[in-house]
Design a protein around this ligand. Structure first.
Ligand code: GLY
Ligand code: MN
Ligand code: MN
Length: 470
């Protein structure tokens, strides 16, 4: 039997200190938002199981993330809901069907100090109870809000508000700043990711295929596909130029050159989002291009270090995005991929041909967590500038945010083809020779401290290395 030792070695996050703090903070956040929106009751609904067209099979159930902040995913089962009432302990109406097709989900008894838990075998009884309890606790129907997917609207009573924008804005804005419990969950998610990445690196060293590496990651991180925070991106050679490459080739290419793996762990519904890139140095074919790509990889690592060093409260992420492109300009010139000045590479937007995504994003209950372009609790937005349309994070950096820092450089034919083949600023023969390596991305997750950051990803790699060395 395979031992998943790593699982039992993760820190226990269900401690009274962490849970007391987390539930106090999220109760207060929601009550404040409810006061601002003149709401007496909010119903956070998990959602319902969905089915494919004309089928009794469907996608995996994934609960409303607002509910997962209160109830870990294994307990946030379909049809359940949480009633939030001003000044009162939240109340979970838990759907626990008496079923013989599926095993019975267990109610989160360990959360009894923080939540009232009521169990309902029948959905109809759960809904009736929800309507009665909400109505009893409110002065009028418009002071009740339903928050969740609107696939089944039978719970939504006349006059109730559905997903009121002002409430959702406040919830999204607040989610950026993590509680200590959430940070502890994300440290564990980072360790899961690091364990998976270490196995993936070994599998690549052994010439494993994309599929082999994907499976090695799952096994080592003790996750099945449904538990991943996002689908693994395992891309060898030119496939690494697809930012979210979604296939897994069952055999390795005859000439295996590079691997980009973007894969994370999920712990209590909180994600890590980690990317590493590797190059085969023992390949004899195309050795000049290999040495340029290896040089590029080393420079990209130092580039990422310097970007992480610039993250701090009050810092503008847009400035960091510009810094990323300025430094990328220097790297592309130093490696002779661009044959102009670094200043021109930046100012003429040439670097954007090599990195079409943003520097990073908020991370948490969702891999691209909500509220990254929201600059106020009331929903004011700061869209990214036209030349960086994919930048997901534009708000000021504040303490206890968890952000990704993921600079990249890619050789994407579809983007490069937009430039004039006669433009001598591009070293086309060298670029051509690098297309078969795909690209490089290095992605860490950092928590913002009063000064600088805690690097969850690097810390996780250190922890697993120490553990492995024992
Ligand atoms: N894993 C997707 C991303 O890095 O944004
Ligand atoms: Mn990311
Ligand atoms: Mn990623």
């Amino acid at each position: 039997m395979i031992q998943h030792d790593s699982i039992s070695s993760y820190a226990d996050i269900d401690t009274p200190a962490l849970l007391d703090d987390h539930y106090r903070i999220i109760h207060e956040r929601w009550w404040q938002a409810m006061t601002a929106c003149a709401l007496d009751v909010v119903i956070l609904h998990a959602g319902e199981t969905q089915f494919f067209f004309e089928d009794d099979q469907g996608p995996r159930f994934q609960a409303n993330p607002h509910l997962v902040q209160w109830i870990p995913p294994e307990h946030a089962v379909a049809n359940s809901c949480l009633l939030l009432t001003q000044g009162q302990k939240a109340c979970l109406l838990f759907h626990q069907p008496e079923d013989y097709w599926h095993a019975t989900p267990q109610a989160p008894e360990h959360l009894a100090p923080y939540l009232e838990v009521k169990i309902f075998p029948a959905i109809s009884d759960l809904k009736r109870h929800c309507i009665e309890q909400a109505t009893r606790c409110s002065t009028r129907p418009s002071h009740i809000a339903f928050v969740g997917p609107l696939t089944d609207q039978t719970l939504l009573q006349e006059g109730w508000q559905a997903n009121p924008a002002q409430l959702i804005h406040r919830a999204h804005f607040a989610r950026a700043n993590k509680t200590e419990y959430e940070l502890a969950a994300m440290r564990n998610a980072s360790e899961m990711g690091a364990v998976g990445h270490a196995a993936a690196a070994q599998c690549f060293a052994d010439d494993g295929s994309e599929f082999d590496i994907h499976m090695a990651f799952l096994t080592a991180s003790a996750q099945n596909e449904n538990q991943l925070p996002y689908g693994n991106i395992v891309a060898q050679n030119e496939n690494a130029a697809f930012l979210h490459y979604q296939f897994q080739q069952r055999t390795s290419p005859a000439q295996l050159r590079s691997l980009l793996i973007d894969a994370g762990g999920s712990y209590r519904g909180y994600a890590s989002d980690i990317t590493r890139t590797y190059v085969k140095t023992d390949t004899t074919a195309n050795s000049e291009a290999t040495s340029v790509f290896l040089d590029l990889l080393e420079r990209m690592q130092r580039h990422q270090d310097s970007l992480i060093a610039a993250v701090a409260p009050g810092q503008s992420y847009l400035l960091l995005q510009q810094l990323m492109h300025r430094q990328l300009g220097e790297i592309l010139v130093e490696t002779n991929i661009l044959q102009c000045s670094a200043a021109e590479a930046f100012e003429a937007h040439l670097t954007e041909a090599f990195c079409p995504h943003g520097l990073g994003h908020l991370l948490g209950l969702q891999v691209h967590d909500v509220g990254g372009q929201q600059i106020s609790a009331t929903g004011d937005l700061c869209p990214p500038p036209d030349n960086y349309p994919s930048l997901r994070f534009t708000r000021p950096i504040t303490q206890n945010m968890v952000l990704t820092v993921e600079p990249g450089v890619y050789f994407i034919p579809a983007l490069l083809n937009k430039y004039d083949a006669k433009d001598q600023r591009f070293n086309w023969p060298l670029i051509e020779s690098l297309i078969c390596y795909g690209g490089i991305r290095i992605e860490d997750n950092v928590r913002v401290l009063p000064k600088g950051v805690e690097n969850l990803t690097r810390d996780a790699f250190s922890v697993i290395q120490t553990r492995g060395g024992k």
